[in-house]
Structures are given as C-alpha cells and as structure tokens.
Design a protein around this ligand. Sequence first.
Ligand SMILES: NC(=O)C1=CN([C@@H]2O[C@H](COP(=O)(O)OP(=O)(O)OC[C@H]3O[C@@H](n4cnc5c(N)ncnc54)[C@H](OP(=O)(O)O)[C@@H]3O)[C@@H](O)[C@H]2O)C=CC1
Ligand SMILES: O=C1O[C@H](COP(=O)(O)O)[C@@H](O)[C@H](O)[C@H]1O
Length: 491
Amino acid sequence: MDTSKAINAVEPFDYVIFGATGDLTMRKLLPAFYYRMLAGQVPDSARIIGTARSPLSRTEYQGRAREALDKFVAKADLDEARVEAFLNMLYYVSLNGADPEGKWADLKASLAGGEGKARVFYFSTAPNLYRAVAENLHAQELITPKTRVVLEKPIGIDQESAREINDGVGRYFQEGQIFRIDHYLGKETVQDIIALRFANPVLNAVWSAEYIDYVQITAAETVGVEGRAGYYDGSGALRDMIQNHLLQVLSVVAMEKPASLDADAVRDAKVKVLQALKPLTAEMVKDHAVRAQYVAGESGGKEVPGYLTELGHESGTETFAAVRAEIATPRWAGVPFYIRSAKRLTRKVSEVVIAFKKTDHGLFPEGDRPQVLVIRIQPDEGVSLSIEAKDPSRDDMALREATLDVSFGPTFKVRYPDAYERLLLDAVRGYPVLFIRRDEVEAAWSWVEPVLESWKANKAPVETYKAGSWGPEAAKALLARDGHAWHEDMA
Ligand SMILES: NC(=O)C1=CN([C@@H]2O[C@H](COP(=O)(O)OP(=O)(O)OC[C@H]3O[C@@H](n4cnc5c(N)ncnc54)[C@H](OP(=O)(O)O)[C@@H]3O)[C@@H](O)[C@H]2O)C=CC1
Ligand SMILES: O=C1O[C@H](COP(=O)(O)O)[C@@H](O)[C@H](O)[C@H]1O
C-alpha cells in the first residue's frame, strides 16, 4: 500500500467509542483507524478513547487493540513503529454509558484540552442504550459545537423503536450532528453506482423501465451467524441486511439525478425512492417475500451445522430473506426489484444485476438474449456487461455472447479500503452524504414492516435451504413467476 501521500487529512479530533471492547470495534473500527493513519489522514494529536464497562487499564486496552491489529490487518501493513504510534493514540475509560452516576469524570478528564477540536461520539453498543448515552453526554456537558454522534445500525427493530431512538438522540443532537452509519454506503463500489449512472451517457440513457426488464440486488454470505447468534436471532436477514444496506443500495440504483452531490440533494433523491416503494399489504407478503433458515450442509469444503443446531433452541428467525419490490415512479413503472440476503450461501458476493429488455432486432438468427449489467460491489469490485458479437468461427452473421469486464482493483491499481475507513473520518469532517438521514431510516422501516408483521404472525412458511446452496426453491419460484431467474441461474 502506498502510504507516502497524505490525502484529505482531517482536522485534529477526539473520538470516543462506546462499546470499545466489542466485536465491531476490534474487527472493524480499530483496523480502519490504523489504515487511515498509514494513509496519513490521522493527525498526530488525535485521541481515540475507548469506553465500555469492563474494568481495564489503558495498557490492557492497548494490549487488546494490538491483538486486534495482528488479527485483522494484513501482515504486510503491520509496521512496528506505526503500530506503536497508533497504540499511543488509544486511551480507555471504564464507564457504563447508560448510568448517569457512572465514571463520567474520568471521560471528562481524558477529553480535557480538546474543547476546540472536532469531537465524535461513536455509539457501538446495543441500540437500546443510545438514548441514555446521549442524555448522559448532555448532562455531563460533553457536547461541544463541533461534536458529532455516530449511530451504529440497527436503528431500532421497527418503525416505532426507530422513532424513539431518533427522538431520544435528537433531543440532544441536531440532525446535522447525527451520523447514522450504513457501511454499505461507505463501500467504494456503492458510491461508484452514482458515477456509473450519471457520468456515463451510455448507461444513463437506458436507465429506466423503457430498457430495463428487472433488477436484482444480492448480498450473499458464506458465514453462519458466528458469535452473534444472540443478536441475530432477534433480528433476522430482513432487519439485519435488507431494511438498511440493501434498501440503501436500491435507493442509489433507482434515484433520480440529484440536484448536486451535496448531502441533502443526494439524500432527498434517495428518500423519494424509499417513499415510492409500492406498499406491501399483509395479503401480498406470501407472494412477494420468502424467508428461510439454513440446515446442515457444506461451507468452505467443511460440513457445517444448521442454524437451529448452532442456536441450540427453536426459532422462526430467517437466515435467508428475499423480497420483490416495485417503485411507483414513471422511471420504474412495472420493473421488479428482487432483493435478497442470506447467511451460508454458496459464495460471498454482493452485487447489483440489471437485466435489460430483449430487443427484437429482426436481423440475426439468434440474439434475443437480454443484455445483463453486473455491478460487483464485492469481491472483485468491478462491472461487466454482456454483449452480442459476431461469432468469428462462422461465415454467416451468427451471434455469440461476450463480456465487457472491468475489475477496478487491477485497473486503478489501488487497495480497496474497508468502508469503515472512509466513514469514520467523514464523521470528523462533518460530511454526511454517506450516512442515512432520519426520514430514510423511517421510510425503510415503513416499507418492511408489513413483511415483519406477517412473518411474526406466521402467515408465511419458514422454508429451509442447505448450507452452501443458493437458498430455498421458493426464492427461485419468486422470480420464475415473472419469467425471471436469479443471476446464478441465468442461462
Ligand atoms: N459486529 C458486527 O459485525 C456489527 C455490529 N453492528 C452493530 O454495532 C454495535 C456493536 O456490535 P458488537 O460490537 O458486535 O457488539 P458486542 O456485543 O461485541 O459489544 C458490545 C459492546 O458494548 C459494550 N457495552 C455494553 N453495555 C454497555 C454500557 N452500558 N456502557 C458502555 N458500554 C457497554 C460492551 O462492553 P462491556 O460489556 O465491557 O460494557 C462491548 O464493548 C451494535 O449496535 C451492532 O448491531 C453493526 C454491524 C456489524
Ligand atoms: O451489517 C452487517 O453486515 C455484515 C456483512 O457486511 P459485508 O460488508 O461483509 O457485506 C453482516 O455479516 C452482518 O450480519 C450485518 O450485521
């Protein structure tokens, strides 16, 4: 990685993480800060203050952080002197963020001298604590004019709880200070959808129902629920991935051209898509949504147990969810958007697939295959477009399918940063375009709620699928009814 150039260094900051001993901090946040330090974006005076209830000394916390870097940073990027410099930025305060009588004086002491700096509070605890932590920060007078608060997902478990969190945090922070994170928006390839659509007239011209037959948005994982079964069983794939990440991707794919690239212009355009999603009624859910759980199968060449075995008790929580959406705008009239996400599928892939309508050219013997554009969000970030070419092995004008394919990594010769790297520092910059506004969160909950309710009332079966497969037959049937197929089954 080229670390010689400092690009977009941010102003001096103090970053306070609530939940600093947790999985997310260790696996994602600390490695992300380290990489940004390598990139020259973190000023020497920055302080990262971890807080959690565990009684740890600063040295013990630095020890845990060191282990996290060893585990989650590529070996080639672990430079001893830089790791030391990074650990020196870390502090730790043992504090129950929900307790007004907690050790707030210790947190105040560690923030001393930082009153003029940018200050970020990152809430990486269970969301039901956000309100209390915000209230305590206010009571302790720790919110300065240059303070921002980052809220980890999920923002609630339904529309009502999302409103309560938004209202609770909103009592002490202005909307402009609240950064609701959705790490999919921080992925380079999700941002790239905006560039692809609006900077390429060839794509822009065909981006509508006139040319597009249907759209698929997939986030498939090979992992099971790992150490997060407690959280996951209360959530499920629809809440965990579709309500937030995949509806955000959908809104970027489907939005009208924003008036500018300013945060409000882009978010105005996105929220209009979410608000235009055709409501699903309770009766529609069984024909428009599929839920399923994985049973024992194979993943990564190993036998793996089913979800219920991993969990150790009965559960109706879905590890696979697929939903058929439609957007009631002139641009998208009649175009189905199929969205799916699941654990323990065949391979890890997040992608957007745009299937174009067949054209009746009336010239060639073949060639009624639809053109397909695939935007690879991850891995092998890039774009491919199937095209028809003349078959060079024949003398007649027979057609043969070929693919225009660009992989961004080798093309641009850059490392693709983890989404959190960008987002952590955007909160310091006070740059909210890649964060979700309150109305977006609430519109997304409003759309998924009938599905959640119908599933809760057991109005649709919980299908099963073998770990390592592409999901249940019912998911194939969801598309087959429209004469369509998921990407892996496209001819
Ligand atoms: N892990 C992941 O991959 C992802 C997580 N998220 C979200 O990030 C957040 C954190 O997740 P994750 O790290 O997995 O959770 P963990 O359960 O691993 O960690 C929770 C953290 O919160 C701390 N904590 C709990 N109660 C309090 C309290 N009263 N005051 C201060 N700290 C407290 C815990 O430390 P202690 O017990 O010492 O207090 C621990 O550091 C959640 O909102 C989750 O939904 C979002 C996307 C992905
Ligand atoms: O938010 C979450 O995302 C991850 C998947 O993220 P990705 O960047 O690897 O696609 C998922 O594993 C987790 O369950 C969910 O909470």
